[in-house]
Structure formats: C-alpha cells, structure tokens
Design a binder for this molecule. Structure first.
Ligand code: KG4
Ligand code: ZN
Length: 374
C-alpha cells in the first residue's frame, strides 16, 4: 500500500510518501520521500509557536512540499498520483488552526484524485515511530528476515516525550496498548523550552540545553526530582522549571530588587560556566524521573522492550541514562530509539500510524481535535 502522509499539528509542515506492507505482527515500511519544512526561525523571536503564524506557513508550505514529493513534470506527477492508495493526515493533538490546514489540504487532494483519506493521531505516530529505528528499519535486515515477527518485542513500555506530552504506555502488541501514566502539568519538552528561555538560549530549548549540558557538571545543583519516589507512573515538570527560576533569581539579587520580568530573554546575567552547570543539572533532574519510572514499568510488566518517541527522545543523554539503568537493575528489556529524524515531528510516522490503524480497523473522525490523546 502506498501512502501519502501529511502532518501540520504544530510548527513543522511535513509530507511523506511511503510503502507499507505486512500484517500487524510483521509490518514493513519503506520511505520513498519525506520532507519536513521547519518554521523554527519564524517562531524563535517569540520564544514559542504562534498559532496564526503557523497556520499561514502551513498554507504556504503544503503545495511546495507536494511538488517536491510528486516532482515538477506533469506527466510524472500523474504517474505518482496513480500509484497512491491512501492519504493520511494528522487530526490531533496540536494547534487546531494548524491541524485544519492539513485536513483541508488532504480533503482537496482526496476529492480531486478520488483516493481514500484517513485521519491519524500524532501521538500514535510518536508511539509507533520505534518501527523507524535502525534496529527495525534496516532494509537488508528486513529483507533477510522474511519470517521476522514483532511478537518477540512485546510486552513493551513506550515513553513518549515531546513538547506537549510526557506519557508512559504499556503495549501488548501493535493493536493493544494502554496509557499507564503521564505528566500532571507541563510536558518535559516544554520544561526544556522554558528553562532554555531563562538561560537566554534560543527556541527550541532541547537541543541547546543538550549541547551546553555536555560541558557542565550535572551534580553541581540539586534541583528537585518531582514524583520520583511515588509508586505510580505519573510525572510533574512545572515545579522543576520554577526551581530553576528561583535559583537564578536568588543569584541575581539586583534583578530581584528591580522586579524584572524573569521570563524576558536576557533577564538574568549568568556566567557561561555556571550556565553549563545549570543546563546539566536541570537535564539530569528532568530525565531521572523518566528513567526511574520507565524501568519500574518495565520490571512490573516484564517488558521485553522500552521504546522511546517524541522530540526529547532525540537527546542522546536520555537513551544513555536509560541504558545504564537497565544494566544496573539487570532489566531484560531492549531499548529502541527511533532514528533522529523520526524522533522529531515528521510525516512518515503519520503514514505508519495510519497503516497500523487500517490493520486494526481503527478510525479517527476527519476533524481537528487539539486535545486528542492516546
Ligand atoms: O515531538 P516534537 O518534535 O513536537 C511535539 O510533538 O511537541 O518535540 C518538540 C520538543 C521541544 O520541546 C524540543 O525542545 C524538544 O522536543 N527537543 C529536545 C531535543 N530536541 C528536541 N529536548 C531535549 N533534547 C533534545 N536534543
Ligand atoms: Zn510531536
């Protein structure tokens, strides 16, 4: 089945063409084309995504990316279109004005080309993007493993960590999964973006903090580790962000006296080596609860795998910390991380989610739903 997938839930416009085959225990995916047009530069001066600007950029980018996918020549375009079996589009969660641009665009194509159209859940995209890790995604390996079965990897625990979500999921297989925990307030990616802002770094904050943290001492400052010892699988990140804010405020007595707006870029004067220590200590405090709770869940449910997904999974330190914990606690689970491009928002994962939904006969209404969950 050849799928054209469209993703416009936040600040990336993404289009992909992929080939999917195989049943629910043996799916195969081959990416034919995948393009992501990032709007980071447009939103960066505002320190976060501005919905009206995102919508305008998606409207501008969608036809450009479609031309990249199909090629410029009308004859080859026609040939490409004929081969498409299904169109898939993200219907949520995300910014509704942004989601609608993708849905309306997909509806137009579906009518014009007379092709079926299905909605997909962005979070299922992140959940299933482990299938796009080099462990599964190696073409030669897949071809040599004609009889491979994903059954060997389940039950599994999946940790979805993005700008909007922090969720732990138990998967019995690709069809049956259940959420077992989530953040009670901010998402972990959001806390990276907010702390980066306090440190005067640019948006998005995750990659900037990872870069600085490599040079800093992660033990320098004991930031709180919210909910780490509670025997549930929930998280909380708003207190950690505030702890960094108070730490900086107490260092900058002149700022305190002047009663500045602490969130204004450059509100705090921080010397570069201290900034590195704060980044490293914050990153450790943000990751420890993720590491502890995903390994606790793996033990409780006797998981054979731990899957990561979402933008924060792009952070190498997170995978490194989980690997160490698995080893130290002698947990018999394999860690599977999607290839970098598939941790961050992309359209390939939307095609993967749509294909798996087809196999399990699951449908989403073709309507933007900003709060859609797992
Ligand atoms: O999955 P994603 O691309 O979009 C959402 O669905 O939210 O995730 C974006 C989030 C942002 O908060 C960004 O700061 C974070 O992922 N992120 C990172 C890294 N790269 C992106 N966080 C930590 N370390 C990184 N290397
Ligand atoms: Zn995402």
């Amino acid at each position: 089945m050849r799928i054209l997938a469209i993703e416009t839930s936040c600040d990336e416009t993404a289009l992909a063409l992929l080939e999917a085959k195989g049943g629910i225990n043996q799916p195969f995916f081959k990416v034919i084309k995948s393009f992501v047009s990032s709007q980071i530069k447009i939103h960066a001066p505002f320190g976060g995504v501005v919905p009206a600007l995102a919508k305008r950029q998606h409207l501008k980018n969608l036809p450009l990316l479609l031309e990249k996918v199909l090629g410029k020549d009308p004859f080859s375009q026609k040939q490409q279109i004929e081969k498409i079996d299904l169109i898939a589009v993200t219907v949520g969660p995300g910014l509704e004005p942004a989601l609608w641009t993708g849905i309306s665009f997909a509806q137009q194509l579906s009518q014009e080309w007379k092709k079926p159209l299905v909605g997909a859940n962005h979070l299922e995209g992140h959940l299933f993007s482990f299938l796009l890790s080099s462990k599964f995604f190696d073409k030669k390996r897949l071809e040599s493993l004609k009889n491979y079965s994903l059954k060997l990897w389940f039950p599994a625990i999946s940790l979805i960590v993005s700008g909007g979500h922090t969720i732990l999921v138990l998967l019995k297989n690709l069809k049956n999964y259940q959420k077992i925990g989530e953040t009670l307030d901010d998402a972990v990616g959001e806390s990276f973006d907010k702390v980066a802002r306090l440190l005067g770094l640019s948006y998005p904050g995750g990659p900037e903090i990872e870069r600085l943290a490599k040079k800093g001492n992660a033990q320098a400052i004991a930031f709180p580790l919210p909910m780490i010892s509670q025997k549930n699988f929930n998280f909380s990140y708003s207190g950690l962000k505030t702890a960094v804010l108070y730490y900086l405020r107490d260092l900058n007595t002149s700022t305190k006296e002047n009663n500045h707006n602490f969130w204004k870029p450059g509100a705090f004067k921080i010397n570069p080596s201290l900034r590195e220590d704060i980044a490293a200590s914050f990153q450790r405090a943000a990751f420890l609860p993720l590491v502890k709770k995903s390994s606790l869940a793996a033990l409780k449910y006797q998981a054979k795998s731990i899957f990561l997904g979402g933008g924060v999974a792009a952070n190498k330190k997170l995978a490194q910390m989980i690997r160490k914990e698995i080893k130290d606690k002698k947990i018999k689970a394999n860690l599977v991380v999607p290839s970098l491009n598939y941790c961050l928002d992309n359209a390939v994962m939307i095609g993967v989610a749509a294909y798996l939904n087809r196999l399990s006969k699951k449908k989403y209404p073709l309507k933007a739903n900003g709060n859609l969950n797992l």
